[in-house]
Design a protein around this ligand. Structure first.
Ligand SMILES: *Cc1c(COP(=O)(O)O)cnc(C)c1O
Length: 429
């Protein structure tokens, strides 16, 4: 017999971790962006959150989709996406994938090399192609600079080749880097686009559209070192609005503009409810005492982006004045599954006990997609959804004031219970 009785469901708790999406918040975020720049054709980058309920919410709000694979195209179609507003935005595709996408009705394909253009001409004849311009990713948390895109001169050649091959040289695409913090980066990007556009016009190529890619930032993250990442969203949106206007003036033509936000639409509207495995203390090899906080959720089951970001953590019911500086880590036997190091300790309540709840905010992007299927036996997070939130919630989840967070948390909790009831009812039906 065990000498102690576990508190009622201390063990059940950890199997009970979940990611909770605020679908109304996602919808409001989409509508806000659309209202800020009505001319944008907003196509959600599925990879950031390939969750049917989220995609459905976005499609009913008016979103199209940026798909990166056949499976994503099929998923977008299955939830009611309009094939006219789903493009194949990945520059990496096999012949078979191009043919299959074409068969599914996709007519817009990204490319950044001669080889890719020739394959599209062969397996998706007559399609529209948009060629990707390389960017340096400066100002972004995740620059996407080397794997994608070509130089300006190669881009011009690719569009000419597309035209010769019977394709429509329809557009240019870019990605300014994910969680791009700088409005100046957008301004500089539009200036570059202006120069490229003028050169293309000289060669008789009249672009239909510019695909501005993703990169719009979330507001609830900190850097790995704990500095809040608070982008000036107003300035960024203004730079985009002005850039769009100036570019059309410069090229003396109307252009369509596509934007492919991923992170921005979902990040601040997902929270992970996980659990404390243990707050422990040990002597490190160099002889120093160190506190470690082990959580049930880590790098391999939802928090991959702790490689570059820090999420705000809430421990309901604990005194946040008596804290201890910790290295925080996930549950697996992998030494990468660690969020911070001894130079950037994270303060957590000293009173934490095994089985206590922890809430991680702004986890809505790249959590469900960047997850192993069961590394070390830790399963991907369960998903749940809330719809019936007040209008306040979305804004408050991105505030830094912890007292207000605590209040919100109580609301999250009660709403989650409502959501779970609904889910189990739906499951029984
Ligand atoms: C990942 C990706 C996006 C979304 O990027 P965010 O930074 O999450 O907005 C958009 N477009 C393309 C082509 C991508 O690969």
């Amino acid at each position: 017999m065990l000498p102690y009785t576990l508190s009622q469901d201390a063990d059940v708790h950890c199997a009970d971790d979940e990611i909770i999406f605020d679908l109304d918040g996602i919808q409001r975020q989409f509508c806000r962006l659309q209202k800020e720049i009505p001319e944008l054709d907003i196509r959600f980058a599925i990879k950031s959150c390939p969750v049917n309920e989220v995609l459905q919410t976005l499609v009913s709000a008016g979103a199209g989709f940026d798909a990166a694979s056949i499976a994503e195209i099929k998923q977008a179609l299955a939830i009611g996406g309009d094939i006219q507003r789903i493009h194949y935005g990945n520059t990496i595709k096999s012949d078979k994938q191009i043919a299959e996408a074409h068969q599914l009705g996709v007519r817009d394909f990204a490319a950044d090399s001669r080889d890719e253009i020739l394959a599209i001409a062969r397996f998706a004849p007559g399609s529209r192609v948009f060629c990707r311009l390389a960017t340096d990713g400066k100002g972004a948390v995740y620059g996407l600079s080397r794997k994608f895109g070509s130089s300006v001169s190669a881009l011009v050649e690719n569009l000419l080749l597309a035209r010769e091959s019977g394709l429509v040289p329809a557009g240019i695409s870019v990605h300014i880097g994910s969680q791009q913090m700088s409005d100046a980066a957008w301004t500089a990007l539009f200036e570059r686009l202006g120069k490229v556009g003028q050169e293309l016009q000289r060669l008789g190529i009249r672009l239909e559209y510019i695909n501005l890619g993703g990169g719009l930032p979330a507001r609830g993250y900190s850097t790995k070192a704990g500095e809040p990442l608070r982008p000036d969203l107003e300035a960024i949106l203004l730079a985009i609005r002005n850039g769009m206007q100036n570019l059309q003036q410069q090229l003396k033509q109307n252009l369509r503009f596509i934007l492919e936000p991923g992170r921005f639409l979902v990040a601040d509207f997902g929270v992970i409810r996980a659990h404390v495995l243990r707050l422990s203390q040990r002597v490190q090899p160099e002889g120093r005492e160190q506190h470690w906080l082990f959580l049930s959720c880590g790098r391999f089951n939802g928090l991959y982006e702790t490689d570059a970001l820090r999420y705000q953590m809430i421990f309901p019911g604990h005194d946040s004045t008596d804290t201890v500086g910790c290295i925080v880590a996930g549950p697996t036997c992998d030494s990468d599954d660690v969020f911070n190091d001894e130079n950037n300790l994270i303060s957590v309540p000293r009173s934490l006990k095994s089985g206590d709840e922890v809430w991680l905010l702004s986890c809505g992007a790249y959590s469900t997609s960047y997850t192993t299927v069961g590394f070390n036996g830790f399963k991907p997070l369960k998903r749940s959804f809330i719809r019936d939130t007040g209008t306040q919630l979305a804004e408050q989840t991105v505030l830094v004031d912890s007292a207000r967070h605590m209040q919100e948390l109580a609301r999250w909790s009660s709403l989650t219970n409502i959501a779970s009831e609904k889910r189990s009812q739906a499951g029984n039906a």
